[in-house]
Design a protein around this ligand. Structure first.
Ligand code: MN
Ligand code: MN
Length: 458
């Protein structure tokens, strides 16, 4: 049952492919630090690969047929791609799914304030984080401000070398006796995650002059008023680029591997398919980190509606057909897995853990406290996948998130399973998951993409 470290098995050509894929992945991460940026990047990549927007197909009344490739973006934050196969679509699709939102700090709706001549932006964290990890780091601000006139201002501050960055302060160690006696969850509390943004008072202003100066800067540079924060989505993320990690450059250190590592490799496999037997589908969704809620999360009808539109464009829509397409589909629901960390070995059960450089990880089930909330894939489906992956010599391993009763996590798998389709959780192993900077193995990134290609071909 022991799996091998894959690095020594690669040919020169495979190593070159692996490097190229990871280099492109790093660029994707640098360009996509929010769900909006990732959806936009994915749509541009799809266009480049010959995909057309489903909305334009509908508008022009075109009919879709075998070989056609279309995509649809939901509210700028989620995207679905289809590549129509030779088989009857009623036989089901091969679906790759992953999420493109990542843990971060969101600005509150009324975020700006001043205290003792320091100006701050107040945040509310998004997703599960260890709050103490987000202080004393260079941070960047990404997002949009939607104005009453219907225009949307896109904002990225803190990524360019010449940009300023932001920071959340922490108490100096010299005065931290009391703080360091607190429980980890309380060392830095959620309400203390306030972004430091300024210290220069506006000349001639009596009250809150530093805050007034920040507002003037926002007005001058972006034509934004303070009230425009009410209709903004501004996300605070670690500033800086993804980079190689380790003396041997075997890993990638970056913000947002969860779950862009699965999203990118799924998308890449999807876009590279020349032709497909079964219709291929790739879903990249938002809001997984907060329970797949909202119009752009997996629980939204967006996916089902889009499949209905696709069938209609193919001239085969009926309610029954839609149900058959969904029920006969197979899905790889990809999300990151916890990599075994020898520094914290006691949280893992060694023979059912994921390890770096042993390939993509399959989780028959996730969940917590007796598999609660898990999808629990069928044994027969796992057997089919083993056959398909072994045939293509894809490296894979199986794991649970950690020891029984140590915690747990959810994914989007159970939502797609509601249609009665075969779904299994899989993904890439990550060290320090949900930290500002997470680590993956380049070999696992490579094997994930190979797995997705093998799945779409099966
Ligand atoms: Mn997560
Ligand atoms: Mn995830």
């Amino acid at each position: 049952m022991e799996k091998k470290n894959v690095w020594c098995d690669y040919s020169e050509q495979q190593l070159a492919e692996l490097e190229k894929l990871n280099q492109e992945y790093r660029v994707f991460l640098d360009n996509g630090k929010t769900e909006r940026e990732c959806a936009k990047e994915a749509a541009a990549m799809a266009e480049q690969a010959g995909y057309q927007s489903l909305e334009s197909v509908i508008r022009e009344g075109k009919t879709l047929k075998t070989g056609d490739k279309v995509y649809s973006v939901c509210m700028g934050k989620a995207i679905i791609l289809f590549h129509i196969g030779k088989d009857e679509i009623e036989n089901g699709m091969n679906i790759l799914g992953a999420h493109i939102d990542s843990p971060r700090l969101d600005l509150k709706q009324n975020p700006l304030y001043e205290d003792t001549e320091l100006a701050y932006l107040d945040t509310h964290y998004y997703g599960g984080i260890k709050k103490y990890q987000w202080v004393t780091l260079p941070l960047a601000l990404h997002g949009v401000v939607a104005k009453k006139d219907g225009s949307v201002v896109e904002i990225v501050i803190g990524e360019d070398e010449s940009d300023p960055a932001f920071c959340i302060t922490d108490l100096l160690v010299h005065l931290s006796g009391e703080q360091l006696d607190k429980k980890g969850a309380k060392v830095v509390e959620g309400e203390a995650l306030n972004l430091l943004v300024g210290n220069i008072p506006l000349k001639g202003e009596e009250k809150d002059a530093v805050q007034a100066n920040i507002l003037k800067l926002l007005k001058d540079k972006y034509d934004i008023e303070e009230e425009d924060f009410l209709s903004a989505e501004l996300e605070v993320v670690p500033a800086g680029k993804a980079r190689d990690c380790g003396l041997d450059r075997s890993m990638v250190l970056a913000y947002g591997h969860d779950d862009r590592v699965c999203a990118y490799t799924s998308l890449k496999a999807m876009l590279e398919m020349k032709e497909v037997q079964r219709t291929a589908c790739c879903i990249l969704v938002d809001k997984e980190e907060i329970g797949s809620v909202g119009a752009t999360g997996m629980q939204s009808r967006f996916f089902e509606n889009t499949v209905a539109e696709l069938l209609n464009c193919m001239g085969v829509y009926s309610e029954l057909k839609l149900r058959r397409v969904l029920a006969n589909s197979r899905m790889l629901s990809s999300d990151v897995s916890a990599a075994f960390d020898p520094e914290y070995a006691s949280a893992f059960e060694k023979k059912n853990s994921a390890y770096f450089a042993k390939g993509i990880v399959f989780n028959k089930y996730t969940g917590a406290r007796g598999k609660s909330g898990s999808n629990d894939a069928n044994a027969e489906y796992m057997a089919q996948l083993r056959a398909a992956l072994d045939k293509q010599k894809v490296a894979y391993q199986t794991a649970e998130l950690g020891k029984v009763d140590f915690g747990g996590g959810g994914t989007i798998a159970y939502i797609l399973a509601l249609y009665g389709m075969q779904v299994i959780d899989c993904g890439v192993a990550v060290l320090n998951m949900h930290a500002p900077w997470e680590i993956v193995s380049k070999a696992d990134v490579y094997e994930a993409k190979r797995c997705y290609t093998a799945f779409l071909e099966a």
